[in-house]
Design a protein around this ligand. Structure first.
Ligand code: PGA
Length: 262
């Protein structure tokens, strides 16, 4: 089996003004314009999406948002709809990030509604799941992650499941400089794959599962070498265009080397 096509997604979180985003795009594209071995996604704050649409047009970089509403439109002050994201050329949307769950009280039910809405409108959800340190230490990490995956994906058709991207992000590894070991990350990604197999059979092999949590240029190759890790969701290390490009080049090089070896 050849290795699945990898995805490297940057999550800028609440960083970058419009002018900073534009400046980033110019410098970043210069570095990655010839990268065709993997899919590159930039998940930017809402205010930067429209300018990035212009900057990234016809480039190898796909645009994503970091959240959206489960509602179509209406009296939902402060919310952004799927249609609004499509309008600014987003193809992906991060849903259920642990910062949304922990700091803004997003529940599994809300995440599931958002996933359904994204799929219904044609956006590809990047569903984030992951356990905190207490849960890991109690030995309940797999149980927690399986529950998050099952909740978010319940009732979806095989075709819809095939348009999902899942990101495993252990909360204790986010922004801490403490990466999960590639074996631990692989183990959880394999658990997620098994949950997907239960829902959609063999087609689960094709669903990209990303790892996130202190991924950098130095550790990306080791993570991608694992069987069930198909890419990364990168926070802090995506904020500088040159270092993010370096991470992508390291990942692309590994992808080329891995082709045909499995
Ligand atoms: P980090 O964040 O790379 O800064 O750890 C990852 C994320 O939260 O998506």
């Amino acid at each position: 089996m050849t290795k699945r096509r990898s995805i490297i997604a940057g999550n800028w979180k609440m960083y970058k003004t419009v002018s900073e985003a534009e400046d980033y795009a110019v410098r970043f594209l210069e570095e990655v314009k010839n990268v065709t071995e993997l899919d590159i996604i930039l998940c930017a704050p809402f205010t930067a999406l429209y300018p990035l649409k212009t900057e990234l047009e016809e480039s190898v970089v796909h645009l994503g948002a970091q959240n959206m509403s489960w509602a179509d439109q209406g009296a939902y002050t402060g919310e952004i709809s799927a249609q609004m994201l499509l309008d600014v050329a987003c193809t992906y949307v991060i849903l259920g990030h642990s910062e949304r769950r922990e700091l803004f009280g997003e529940t599994n039910e809300e995440v599931a509604k958002k996933v359904q809405k994204a799929l219904a409108t044609g956006l590809k959800p990047i569903l984030c799941v992951g356990e905190n340190l207490n849960i890991r230490e109690e030995g309940k990490a797999a149980e927690r992650v399986q529950a998050q995956v099952s909740h978010a994906l319940s009732g979806l058709s095989t075709e819809e499941l095939g348009r999902m991207v899942i990101a495993y992000e252990p909360i204790w590894a986010i922004g801490t400089g403490k990466t999960a070991s590639s074996q631990d990350a692989q183990e959880m990604c394999a658990t997620i794959r098994a949950t997907l197999t239960g829902l959609m059979g063999e087609a689960a092999e094709q669903v990209p599962i990303l790892y996130g949590g202190s991924v950098k240029a130095e550790n990306i190759a080791e993570l991608l070498a694992e069987r069930d890790i198909n890419g990364a969701l990168v926070g802090g290390a995506s904020l500088d265009p040159l270092s993010f490009a370096k991470l992508i080049h390291n990942a692309a090089y590994l992808g080329v080397c891995a082709e045909g070896t499995e």
